[in-house]
Each structure stands twice: as C-alpha cells, then as structure tokens.
Design a protein around this ligand. Structure first.
Ligand code: GCU
Length: 424
C-alpha cells in the first residue's frame, strides 16, 4: 500500500513538474513571479543615472551579454566585394516608383555568397527615407511585379506557394503582397527595400550553408557556442545592406527604418541593437527571443524555441531552456539597446503564441532608458485597447486579428515614421 502511494505521489509530482515546463501557458494567472532586471543597474549593482554611464558601461555590457549568450557574435569582418545593378527601371508601381535590383557579393575562404536587394523608390523624392526588411519566400512574393527576379536559393517547401524541391517558382509571384503595402509606402514618400532571408542563411539547422562557412577558421564546421546563429546572420545581412545604402545617392541612409515580422522581427531588433546606423526599428509580432519577455514563459518559451529552431540563437542560449529565471537580462533590455532611436513594438490580439502582453511590457520596461535621453516611451503598464496605438519614440499597438502583417500595421508605421523621422 505504502509503495503504491509513493508511486502515485511520484507520478503526480513529476507530471506537475513536467506540465509546468511542457504545456504552453496561455493563462495570465499562471505567469511565474519574477523580478524584471533593471536596465539602469549594472551587473555589479551600480545605478546608472545618466546617458554617459549608460553609453560607457551599461549599454556595452548588455550588448556583450546578448551577443555572447543569446544571438551569438559575428566572428569576423566581411566586406562587400562587389555590387552589381542587375536590373533597374523607372516605371514601377503604376509609374510612381523607380525599381532597382542590386546584387551584393561576398568572398572568403574560397567561398562566395551573394544576395539581391529589391528596392522601390518614390519618383518625387530626391533622397528617399527607406523601410527595409526581409521577406520569407523570395522578393518576387512581395509584389505582382513581373520583373522581380526569382531567387534560386533554398526555400522551405510550401505546396500552396508552388515551392517544391526547395526551389522558388513563378507560381509564388505576389503571394505575399498582402503583407507589403508597397504602394502606400511609395505614396507616403518612402522607399522599400527587401531581401529574401534564405539568401543570407537558409532557415534550417545546418551551418554548412549560407554565410556562416565564409567566416569559419580552419577545420571549423559550426559556430562556436558564443558565435552567431541564424538570427545574428540575418542581422548581419541587414547591416551589409546599410553599407550599400551609404553609397547609393538615391537613398537617405540616415533615415533607414529596419522592419521585420516574427522571426524576422527578432532579427530587426537585433540589427537595430547592433548597428546604430539604423534610424528606427519595427518589430511586428516578434514574440519569444524578440520583444516578448522570456521570464513570463507565456506562449512560446526559451526551451521550446531552442528545441524547434536550434539554429536561430547561439548554442549558449540553450543554458536558459527551462531556466529563464537564471537570465540576468530580459528582452526589454534588447529594446533599450536601441535607445534613443525610435522603436515600434506591435502585436496581434490572436497571436497568443507571441505573448502580446510580454511584448508590450518590454516596451514599457525599456522606457527608463529612453527617459535618460528625454525621449517619451510607454508610460503605463496598462495595455492600450486593441487598434489604439500609442506612438511615442517607443511605440506600441495591438491590433485585432492573427499573426500577420496588415495594411493597418503599415498605416501605423508610416504615420509614426513621419512624426519621428521624416518631419524632423
Ligand atoms: C514560429 C516560431 C516563432 C516565430 C514564428 C515565425 O511560430 O515559434 O518564434 O516568430 O515561427 O517566424 O513565423
């Protein structure tokens, strides 16, 4: 009898322990208690009271922590070896825009890699401010424009998009145009630049392809524990686009807004943190490892993301799987690394997996750093109503609907960019 009771108790407690970690929590009352790390206190416990201290001590140590333990360091420098204008036209987007397709090439370790940036620029603007961001299925999916070149890089199969044998095809032209309000962007006087993320690093757990091998040491076959995963590689690609924008007279390189959705929203945040040339950053539904606070363990968790996407973060990040409480930082400090530049965090009501409240709270808890610079952030921990954006230097909205990028989102981003950058 005693043994039976013991066995039952054992099963019961292990079940509880198991479900605590393995069930996806969507219940606010089950969010664990935790202390939000103070962005204005150094790891050795000193208060950061001014911009100087922030920039000299706290910002570098936070950046270092995220580089070493979350996204991974880029292990060396690699400059553009050649730029080629592959195609251009002055008759795009109903005659309102010029189009350029620019190929950037890189060479090292007897290997090479190239990727193509699709750029639309409004005709009536001399040096255009720019939204730039990655797409998931190739440049030709963001528009019906028949002149957009189809990438021959590896792509995840998707029958409804006509992607079989990991090759993009004509069938997917324009299938994602609903996510890219190009005409609205052009009409508002902005350019749009986009790249297929698979050209920089195919999104699979394989470090023999993409950009990584170009920076391996002799005999290295995968990144070291503190070296770049795919998110850091994609961010690196965005910085190389910025290198190119600095040389293009049609683009205002001081007004490039880096945008990304979901895993590519995690990427835009990391790009904004690591490269201060980006004038503003937008994270759309970026969730775990993006804007959402990891310690809340709401929706997707660190363990689950590391298990399902082992290549996204550096190997060191696995230390925190089922162990978020040990993290000396949280994602609001990633947002704080973007200060004082404008940052927009957006969520969708039905996207519980990405933890909208956790995304909102990150914007809120990053605000003290913006305050150091006398910039306005999010002043209350009460979430705004759906479809009621709060647009300060730190901006936030939660819109109705699912995990997606909609015209509503773009309308907000344009309005906010006008106020933050264009009219300044
Ligand atoms: C998965 C993943 C998320 C990610 C999303 C996406 O849902 O769990 O972390 O943001 O894919 O990129 O679409």
């Amino acid at each position: 009898m005693k043994i039976l009771l013991f066995v039952l108790l054992f099963i019961f407690t292990t079940q509880i322990a198991f479900s605590q970690w393995n069930d996806v929590n969507y219940d606010e009352s089950k969010v664990p208690q935790f202390v939000v790390p103070n962005p204005l206190k150094t790891f050795d416990g000193r208060k950061v009271r001014n911009v100087k201290k922030w920039e000299k001590k706290r910002r570098p140590e936070l950046l270092e922590f995220f580089s070493e333990n979350v996204y991974g360091k880029v292990p060396g420098e690699l400059k553009i070896s050649s730029v080629e204008v592959v195609e251009e036209s002055n008759d795009a987007i109903n005659g309102k825009a010029n189009r350029k397709q620019i190929e950037l090439s890189f060479e090292k370790n007897d290997l090479n890699l190239d990727f193509t940036i699709l750029i639309y620029l409004p005709k009536n603007v001399e040096k255009a401010p720019l939204f730039m961001g990655y797409n998931f299925y190739g440049n030709h999916t963001v528009t019906e424009d028949v002149n957009v070149i189809i990438s021959d890089s590896w792509a995840r199969n998707n029958e409804s998009f006509g992607i079989i044998n990991n090759q993009l095809t004509e069938q997917s032209r324009g299938v994602r145009d609903n996510r890219w309000a190009i005409e609205k962007i052009i009409d508002a006087g902005y350019g749009l630049a986009t790249i297929y993320y698979g050209e920089i690093d195919p999104d699979k757990d394989d470090f023999t392809d993409g950009i990584h091998p170009l920076l391996y040491n002799d005999n290295q076959e995968e990144p070291a524990n503190n070296e770049w995963g795919s998110i850091a590689a994609w961010s690196w690609g965005l910085s190389r686009c910025m290198d190119y924008f600095e040389t293009d007279n049609d683009i205002d390189e001081s007004k490039v807004i880096v945008f990304g959705h979901s895993r590519l929203g995690k990427t835009s945040l990391w790009a904004g943190a690591t490269d201060q040339r980006f004038a503003a950053v937008i994270s759309n539904d970026s969730g775990c490892g993006g804007a959402a606070l990891s310690k809340r363990r709401f929706g997707e968790t660190v363990w689950r993301i590391n298990k399902n996407f082992p290549h996204w973060f550096c190997a060191n990040f696995k230390e925190y799987s089922k162990n978020e409480q040990a993290l000396p930082v949280d994602q609001h400090e990633l947002i704080a690394l973007i200060a004082p530049r404008p940052v927009y965090v957006a969520s969708a009501e039905d996207d519980k997996w990405a933890d909208p409240r956790g995304e909102f709270l990150s914007a809120f808890y990053a605000t003290p750093v913006y305050k150091l610079y006398e910039k306005e952030g999010i002043s209350t921990d009460k979430m705004p109503e759906v479809n009621q954006p709060v647009q300060n230097t730190v901006a936030y909205h939660i819109r109705t609907g699912k995990h997606d990028v909609t015209d509503f989102d773009w309308e907000q981003y344009i309005k906010w960019a006008d106020a933050q950058l264009k009219n300044n």
